[in-house]
Write a protein that binds this ligand. Structure first.
Ligand code: ADP
Ligand code: MG
Length: 557
């Protein structure tokens, strides 16, 4: 028997790994099952290219055995196995991934199922075990080997016997301590739950003996334990399943599993479209903005599958930019498998799916706004700004899609209102949709320019985002009502001149003096009927409002 130590870096890394990378000990099972699935996939790929190998699906599976009395969990597979060299290289060197190498050697590009790539997952076994034994017999090899390790100290390797090709990994589960319960990993239902949670879509059966209580024959009301082998994973991806069989929780689990976000999505949509182009999709509207959402680093897109095989991790063409926050998967049988990325971009089917998805998202958001106002406001707080950018970009090409989804703070309601709500309660004599731009709601509240409009009983929309006024300029009007800044020269409000006419000559000297003192800072100083409580206010002539001018001036050249 040979005894070898892990390389020095490996020791440190292993320590680090075991204690810090993973926060949930239970993922050890996900990692080991993924490795088994990869090992079976490798045989499958070999069979694809070699006529001498037949791949009979029934012969390929993962088996989980729990031996509670001896504190053992065994994960066995009928995969490709490892020879001595592979055991040393793949399990003896941390951060070495035999699976990544396999993908390279076999020129398997994106669109594969092999999961491994980082070469660390295996060591997560030590999160729950103080001893790990691997017995493996490689494909087309006569000898089997046993690899054993207690963690950082190193490993031993020796020849052993094993009948069939494949790998068996046995974990000796740690003893529970006062702070930490390890016994639970020896419970059938814990193991079962972990498999369900992380490995439900593994394409090969994950089998396990399950004990159930059944009525004992020939007795009345007596039960007995019956042990039966069960396949725990459903193997079928969630989007291929029937909506009626799925609970909110299933969708939320999938969202978390896929790392779409750390939040709980506000809404999910499950689509099974059976038209000209067939596709299944699950789309999510997140609740919170990802930390990098408003940066260049953020990559939008949906996962694209073709017949259950992943083609692209982030297919950005499936979403318009203004809905870039949407997460999810699309799976279509009508995309051919061998399409390259470039061809996909110009794929007619893809475009048609994208259009369909755009409309679905729009309708979903409209429904949310109509039926779940509170949730919509949560969503809007995270992504409202993004929608407004959407209105502004592409020269307003998307305004029809987006204008009904916008909200602004209202002087009257003291909360966010939609444009539709604003317009529908406009008094008959009100010509325009008034808005005031400023730094904060408080500041805008105090603007002298708002006095006259509020006095008339008209509602004012408060613009506190830089993009607001730009977006509204692109819209120009809503339901034929033009937008009007409160600092505009002409507010369209008829002042009652007969009672209190402005005498142009009164204070003429004062105005001249003011204009001269302010020189080119203002264009003119005039008497105004707009003011109620304030002595003076600023107003602008022409299209660019004072607030917009500030933003434009602050922009880098
Ligand atoms: P990764 O899966 O990211 O490559 P792991 O640490 O999980 O990293 O595994 C390291 C390597 O060990 C794998 O790439 C694979 O070559 C090999 N390996 C692990 N488990 C098995 C197994 N059950 N059958 C065959 N090879 C395995
Ligand atoms: Mg792995």
């Amino acid at each position: 028997m040979e005894r070898k130590e892990f390389k020095a870096e490996s020791k440190r890394l292993l320590d680090l790994m075991i204690n810090s990378i993973y926060t949930h000990r239970e993922i050890f099972l996900r990692e080991l099952i993924s490795n088994s699935s990869d090992a079976i996939d490798k045989i499958y790929y070999k069979a694809l290219t070699d006529d001498n190998i037949t791949f009979n699906k029934d012969d390929y599976y993962v088996n989980i055995d729990v031996d509670k009395d001896n504190r053992l969990i065994k994960i066995s597979d009928t995969g490709i196995g490892m020879n001595k060299e592979e055991l040393e290289n793949n399990l003896g060197v941390i951060a070495k991934s035999g699976s990544l190498q396999f993908k390279k050697d076999n020129e398997i590009k994106d669109g594969h199922d092999i999961i491994g790539q980082f070469g660390v997952g295996f060591y997560s076994a030590f999160l729950v075990a103080d001893n790990v034994t691997v017995i493996s017999k490689a494909f087309e090899s006569d000898t089997a080997y046993r690899w054993e390790s207690k963690g950082v100290e190193g490993y031993t390797i020796e020849e052993c016997s094993k009948d069939s090709v494949g790998t068996e990994i046995t974990l000796k589960i740690k003893e529970s301590t006062e702070d930490e319960d390890f016994d639970k990993y020896l419970e059938e239902y814990t193991i079962r739950n972990i498999i369900k949670k992380y490995s439900d879509f593994i394409r090969y059966p994950i089998k396990m003996d399950v004990t159930t209580k059944k009525p004992k024959e020939g007795t009345e009301g007596e039960f007995e334990d019956v042990v039966q082998e069960e396949t725990i994973n459903s193997m079928v991806p969630i989007w291929r399943k029937n909506k009626n069989e799925l609970k909110d929780e299933d969708y939320e689990n999938f969202y978390a599993e896929k790392h779409y976000g750390f939040d709980k999505p506000i809404k999910h949509v499950h689509l099974s479209v059976d038209g000209m182009i067939r596709y299944n999709a699950i789309l999510y509207i997140p609740e919170k903005t990802p930390y990098d959402f408003y940066t260049k680093e953020y990559q939008q897109g949906l996962e694209l599958y073709s017949s259950g095989v992943m083609i692209m991790e982030k297919c950005s063409d499936l979403l318009p930019d203004y809905f870039g926050f949407v997460k999810g998967v699309v799976d279509s049988e009508d995309l051919s498998l061998n399409i390259s990325r470039e061809i996909l971009q110009h794929d007619r089917q893809l475009k048609s799916i994208a259009k369909n998805i755009k409309n679905k998202i729009k309708n979903e958001l409209k429904n949310l706004l109509k039926n779940e106002r509170e949730n919509y406001e949560k969503f809007y707080e995270s992504f409202g700004r993004h929608l407004k950018y959407g209105v502004y970009s592409d020269f307003g090409a998307n305004k029809e899609v987006l204008q009904d989804l916008l909200m602004f703070y209202s002087s009257k309601e003291k909360k966010l209102v939609t444009l539709d709500e604003y317009v529908s309660r406009m008094p008959e004599d009100q010509k325009y949709i008034y808005y005031a731009a400023g730094e904060s709601i408080d500041r805008i509240d105090k603007l002298p320019q708002t006095d006259l409009i509020k006095d008339k009983g008209y509602e004012i929309l408060y613009f506190t985002d830089d993009v607001d006024e730009f977006a509204i300029r692109v819209l120009m009007n809503y339901k034929e009502k033009e937008f009007k800044s409160v600092s505009s020269n002409d507010l369209g409000i008829e002042a009652d001149d007969s009672e209190n006419p402005v005498d142009e000559n009164e204070n003429k000297d004062l105005f001249t003096f003011m204009k001269e003192s302010l020189s080119d800072k203002v264009k003119a100083v005039k008497a105004s009927k707009r003011l109620k409580k304030h002595p003076v206010c600023l107003s602008n002539e022409g299209d660019v409002s004072i607030e917009m001018e500030k933003i434009l001036n602050a922009m880098p050249e």
